[in-house]
Design a protein around this ligand. Structure first.
Ligand code: FAD
Ligand code: UDP
Length: 383
């Protein structure tokens, strides 16, 4: 009845199903346990008529021409350069820290002096890791690195990852940059913005094909079982490709233990006023239990709405009940994952794909590209 089964209707599942149905002319069944498609990119209008991202703010950005062109077949774009601010004890500054930020943190004279020093040491338009700044012989330049570490990086990272300061990997610290530029955009990618009608509408179009059947509200376990390295669909052996985008540990009954994740609690609030914070994202890098507040109207270009909806993000551990959002990659956890992967590799028609199944952080564009490439090889293989 079906040639291919796809578990999960997130970015990975939708792209794969769409490509196999169209280019491969395969009959595809998509099984999704949530009652909607689009995975964590899912967006919808709230009761006040404002489009919100239910699983946190998602900004599309890419350098991959292939991904941009592929998705552009299914959506137009609201193009904008995403900016992020940080609230440092009430002072609103730009993140990543750049030359504009200098002028919000230091008095005019000191900011101008530091700007000259940074530009002459590192050159305009460079990104300098704070670890490099810390090695500068000028104490005033080292002070900038210290400021960024203390006021932008440390507390935010402790909240996000549930860590104590001494547990924070210095290699991660090293990646936090100071940007020698006046460009306030968070991403540098050529393409950045939002699907004009939203992500859900874009993925609906991708799945809208006669060869695709989507069953939402259905967990894979209800239909699929694995026994002796073979996959069974409703009790019958299924030899076609099965693309699995759910949790790798769950697929194998947690045989080697649970893979740890960070989760998030989202608290939505609505205000009967035009604006809450005047911009899309403010990170709370020193105070509060939440990491950031997103005001959707600025993210999705709905700026003419008379009221506003925001969401606060509270990080927490994944406990099996809440949603696993971020894999916690370290040698121990990656070692456990490798065992699940080896088990999956013994099943020739099983493909683990996506941020859950591969225990890996993917941005939207990266997983879309990976899915297009897997579709290439599956279509080629069946020609
Ligand atoms: P998912 O979107 O998680 O899709 C997997 C789907 O599989 C889910 O719908 C799930 O319900 C389903 N599923 C799982 N198990 C089963 C099962 N057993 N049976 C049936 N269905 C199952 N990326 C960006 O590029 N820009 C951003 O700004 C950005 N912001 C983010 C913000 C947050 C808070 C988070 C958590 C992520 C963000 N990302 C962002 C990353 C983005 O969410 C991922 O790239 C994308 O969701 C990955 O798609 P996926 O298909 O791998 O996984
Ligand atoms: N980060 C930080 N302060 C900030 C923003 C980010 O310390 O204001 C750190 C933090 O450790 C975070 C990482 O940088 O986990 C990546 O943040 P980013 O916003 O790029 O990624 P996302 O949280 O969307 O995955």
């Amino acid at each position: 009845m079906y040639d291919t089964i796809v578990v999960g209707a997130g970015v990975a599942g939708c792209v794969l199903a769409g490509e196999l149905a169209r280019r491969g002319n395969k009959k595809v069944l998509v099984i999704e346990k949530r009652n909607h498609i689009a995975g964590n990119c899912y967006d919808e209008y709230d009761e006040y008529g404002i489009m919100v991202h239910v699983y946190g703010p998602h900004i599309f950005h890419t350098e991959y021409e292939r991904v941009y062109e592929y998705l552009s077949q299914y959506t137009e774009w609201y193009e904008f350069g995403h900016e992020v601010h940080a609230n440092v004890h009430g002072n609103i500054i730009n993140v990543p820290f750049n030359l504009n930020t200098l002028h919000k943190v230091y008095d005019e004279e000191k900011a101008a002096r530091l700007e000259n020093k940074l530009v002459s040491s590192y050159g305009m338009d460079s990104r300098v890791p704070i670890l490099t700044l810390k090695e500068n012989e000028d104490p005033e330049v080292r002070e900038v690195a210290e400021y960024v570490y203390e006021n932008i990086f440390l507390r935010y990272t402790m909240k996000q990852w549930g860590k104590k300061p001494e547990e924070i990997d210095p290699n991660v610290t090293a990646r936090v940059p100071v940007v020698i530029s006046r460009d306030n955009r968070y991403f540098k990618d050529k393409y950045q913005g939002m699907p004009l009608q939203g992500y859900t509408a874009m993925f609906e179009k991708i799945l809208d094909h006669d060869n695709i059947e989507v069953q939402t509200g259905t967990a894979a376990e209800e239909l699929l079982t694995i026994k002796d390295d073979r996959i069974y669909y409703e009790g019958e052996v299924f030899d076609g490709p099965v693309i699995y985008t759910g949790l790798a540990d769950e697929l194998f009954g947690y045989e080697y233990g649970h893979l740890p994740y960070r989760s998030l609690k989202f608290k939505f609030e609505h205000y009967k006023k035009e604006s809450f914070q005047g911009c899309s994202v403010v990170n709370y890098t020193v105070d509060e239990d939440y990491t950031r507040i997103t005001e959707f109207k600025y993210l999705t270009g709905q700026v003419n709405t008379p009221e506003t909806t925001i969401v606060k993000e509270y990080p927490e551990a994944y406990n099996g009940e809440n949603t696993p959002y971020y894999s916690i990659n370290n040698p121990d956890n990656d070692g456990v994952y490798a065992k699940y992967k080896a088990k999956a590799d013994r099943i020739p028609n099983l493909y683990l794909l996506g941020r859950l199944a591969e225990y890996k952080y993917y941005n939207i564009d990266a997983i879309a590209l990976r899915s297009l490439e897997l579709a290439d090889s599956l279509v080629r293989g069946s020609e």
